[in-house]
Design a protein around this ligand. Structure first.
Ligand code: PLP
Length: 458
């Protein structure tokens, strides 16, 4: 052990190892720093000794009892810290997958709190007192907003799409345009999901151009469904073509097979008034004739992580009856948050109340004013025009003009320092400058963000 050390002779290394205090002494000393069950401090002390031994083998000196005790106390405290930690998103990416995608509205937060604080009528009809369907209220809201006759809420869109394929197409062929046999990220690859569902992928057309005749030529009595996948996270430009959903639906129904549309972000609002290009709304895909559409709850819908399958009653019923529907179902907290988010749409207040849409709708002049307020009195900070993105595999390549606080020359070390603030601040580093785009900074985050900036060393 450690005999290969270059910096310290084996005998010196042995002496250092012997100088290390015992686990119990470290644990006892750590108790002066934090109040923790002894077993946790002992476990942390063991880990610190192991780290110290590694250090000694690499030539470091033995740390003091105090150093070890403090490190063990910190290690034990970290173990019980709330996680994932709330962070301030100053990246300008609105639906940031690594930061938990969509933040919830105040109404949705309150609904989660209420549903979690006690019991909730998750599967009880309060009128009759009898057992009721899980998610009945959410389903009613979804029907009202989208026009779908039926809907089911599952754990995420990968699950919803998988289950739709398994329920409607297992054992048969599913026609997919070559331009839509895509990978979304995080391991969602259309060919793999299809294979796992028990359906057989039948490629149609070419990568850049697929026409309705290509589908018509591929359809046969083995065909179980046509799948349309929204190219969420990339854009094709130039010589491209794909048939519209209405034409695909017409073809599918002529052959008595369902058209399944994986819409990805599944927006319920039209993003064009905000300077973004068109993204198919759930309502439009259903009106065009999709039998089932699947979409996420936490992308452009702006709610909690969930996957929704909405469409005609017979198809949704088949999905709901699959054994895996139980495995992929979501909990009361998710349903509460989703229902509260959908209420904003029903009340016609989504763009003023759903955080994702508030951020998309924020005007550049208001953002500039916020950036100026944040930067005032902060050392090397200036206000610059920047570009935000919707993110989360939605509206690829499209940016929203924004404003940022730019701290010149801070680099990765300043970004790391901001990540150690409380709450941690996530910024972008470009050309060694730190950029804090205010579009994604929630109003309630402004004060702690300003404190973190003022605390930076000059
Ligand atoms: C994001 C996305 C998925 C995966 O959705 P999750 O909610 O992350 O499971 C599937 N399909 C498309 C087209 C997507 O954009």
């Amino acid at each position: 052990m450690g005999s290969g050390s270059r910096n310290m002779a084996p005998s010196a290394e042995g002496a250092s190892l012997r100088r290390l205090p015992s686990v119990d002494r470290i644990a006892q000393a750590a108790a002066a720093y934090v109040e923790m069950p002894p077993a946790l401090l002992v476990s942390a002390a063991r880990a610190e000794i192991a780290t110290a031994r590694d250090g000694i083998a690499r030539g470091s000196a033995a740390p003091s009892l105090d150093t070890l005790a403090e490190a063990a106390a910190l290690r034990a405290a970290l173990l019980v810290r709330d996680a994932p930690r709330r962070v301030i998103n100053a990246t300008g990416v609105i639906i940031h997958t690594n930061l938990g995608r969509a933040p919830l509205s105040d109404r949705a937060l309150a609904a989660v709190h209420d549903a979690a604080a006690g019991y909730a009528a998750l599967e009880m009809d309060l009128e009759s007192g009898r057992r009721g369907g899980r998610g009945a209220a959410v389903t009613a809201s979804l029907r009202e907003i989208t026009g779908a006759p039926a809907a089911i809420v599952l754990n995420n869109n990968a699950g919803a799409t998988f289950l739709a394929l398994e329920a409607l197409a297992a054992g048969g062929e599913v026609l997919v345009s070559r331009g839509e046999a895509i990978e979304i990220g995080g391991g969602f690859r259309v060919p793999d999901i299809l294979a796992a569902s028990g359906a057989v992928l039948r490629d149609v057309g070419t990568t850049n151009r697929t026409r309705i005749e290509d589908y018509a030529g591929a359809i046969s009595d083995r065909t179980a469904a046509i799948l349309h996948v929204h190219r969420s996270n990339f854009a094709q430009i130039g010589f491209t073509e794909s048939p519209d959903l209405a034409a695909l639906a017409h073809l599918a129904h002529e052959h008595a097979v369902p058209l399944i549309g994986d819409l990805g972000s599944g927006t319920l609002l039209d993003p064009t008034p905000f300077g973004l290009v068109n993204e198919p709304r759930v309502q439009d895909a259903l009106a065009a004739g999709c039998d089932v559409v699947t979409f996420s709850g936490d992308k452009l819908l702006g709610g909690p992580q969930a996957g929704i399958a909405a469409g005609n009653a017979a198809c949704v019923e088949r999905i709901a009856r699959r054994p895996l529907a139980r495995a992929l179902r979501c909990d009361a907290l998710t349903l509460a948050a989703l229902q509260a988010t959908l209420a904003h749409y029903l009340l016609g207040e989504a763009e003023t109340s759903v955080p994702v849409w508030q951020m998309i709708a924020a005007r550049p002049d208001a953002l500039r004013a916020r950036a100026r307020r944040l930067a005032r009195g902060v050392g090397d900070a200036g206000v610059e025009a920047s570009e935000s993105a919707v993110g989360g595999g939605s509206l690829p390549g499209q940016v929203l003009p924004s404003f940022a606080v730019r701290i010149a020359g801070g680099g990765q070390s300043l970004a790391a320092r901001l990540r150690r603030a409380d709450p941690p601040v996530i910024a972008r580093v470009r050309d060694d400058d730190v950029w804090l785009d205010v579009r994604t900074v929630l109003p309630r985050d402004e004060r702690p963000l300003r404190r973190a900036l003022l605390d930076l060393p000059r």
